[in-house]
Design a protein around this ligand. Structure first.
Ligand code: SME
Length: 162
């Protein structure tokens, strides 16, 4: 297993995704444990981009998403399927880009420092949704189609593992 992540010295986000994606794939291709893999994915994304908060909420199959592996400040532990950006993403099974969290009805503010957010569905190999990946930024309008495309690519590759 690779023990360090090579991050190119550039601010061009697409270039960074291009470099780190294969490295993250190596990490989860050699490990079968779900929690270990989600922990390393959170750490790699946090390390590569310095996002304010990166983490997973996992379906408890009882109406709620429960906090999983993450990097960043402490966060709310349970989110109902019908609440927040995470619940919306989970219910619609589609990526949600939120340029300004104050404009998203029902947004759950785990921290007032969070200004924009992207939440993506996480599937297993049977295409069943198992949770969401939530990334928060302390900068307004920090996420774009570039993040959506690359993070979906990462999660698709990850899904094929399970
Ligand atoms: N903002 C999310 C809650 C999770 S925290 O951002 C870590 C939401 O509205 O679902």
């Amino acid at each position: 297993m690779a023990e360090s992540l090579f991050i190119p010295e550039t601010n061009v986000r697409e270039e960074i995704y291009k470099y780190i994606l294969p490295q993250i794939e190596v990490l989860f291709s050699s490990e079968t444990d779900l929690i270990a893999n989600l922990a390393n994915i959170s750490a790699a994304l946090k390390q590569a981009f310095g996002f304010y908060w990166v983490g997973f909420y996992l379906d408890n199959n009882a109406g709620e998403l429960v906090l999983g592996p993450f990097q960043g400040p402490i966060a709310c532990t349970r989110i109902r399927y019908d609440r927040g950006v995470c619940g919306h993403c989970f219910s619609t099974k589609a990526t949600v880009l939120v340029p300004d969290v104050d404009q998203f009805p029902g947004h759950i503010a785990c921290s007032s420092a969070s200004k924009s957010e992207i939440v993506l569905p996480v599937f297993n190999a049977k295409k069943e949704i198992i949770g969401v990946l939530d990334i928060d930024s302390d900068v307004l309008d920090d996420f774009s189609e570039v993040d959506k495309v690359w993070l979906e690519k990462l999660l698709e590759s990850f899904a094929n593992r399970y």
